[in-house]
Design a protein around this ligand. Structure first.
Ligand code: RB5
Length: 142
């Protein structure tokens, strides 16, 4: 499975760490940048990834900025993108089970590497429950 990843400068270090772990778990990663800690604008990296999710070219994405807010706000502007800001594995689990989230956003400046990696694993391994949640998810798009 190909996983898209993008960050700004504040999420760069965590993106690189998660990317390495994903490779060692056998996933393929498409890296949308950024590629250094030089200051950048998070929408320039979140939009291309979210656009690929919206167009069906990518199924799952991971976005990281300092707080996770800017990058998730940007991604959620795209139709069919359900980007969930998660800072605990349990929130990542519920984002999949209840919201069918297709993008995981994390706050690079406010989460440990261990918690972030665990959140990623849970996000990737958890299925959407459907049922009453499907009805709610169907009402998200405008
Ligand atoms: C960058 O300083 C910071 O504003 C950004 O990473 C993010 O937290 C915005 O939501």
């Amino acid at each position: 499975m190909i996983i898209g990843m993008a960050s700004d400068h504040a999420g760069f270090e965590l993106k690189e760490y998660i990317k390495k772990e994903l490779f060692s778990m056998g996933y393929d990663v498409k890296d949308y940048g950024t590629h250094s800690e030089e200051s950048v604008d998070y929408p320039d990296y979140a939009h291309p990834l979210a656009s690929d999710i919206s167009d069906g070219k990518l199924r799952i994405g991971i976005l990281i900025c300092g707080t996770g807010n800017g990058i998730s706000m940007t991604a959620n502007k795209h139709r069919n993108v359900r980007c969930a800001l998660c800072w605990e594995p349990e929130i990542a689990r519920l984002a999949r089970q209840h919201n069918d989230a297709n993008v995981l956003a994390m706050p690079g400046r406010f989460i440990s590497k261990e918690k972030a990696l665990e959140s990623v694993k849970v996000f990737l391994d958890t299925d959407f429950e459907g049922g009453r949640h499907q009805r709610r998810v169907d009402k998200i798009n405008l």
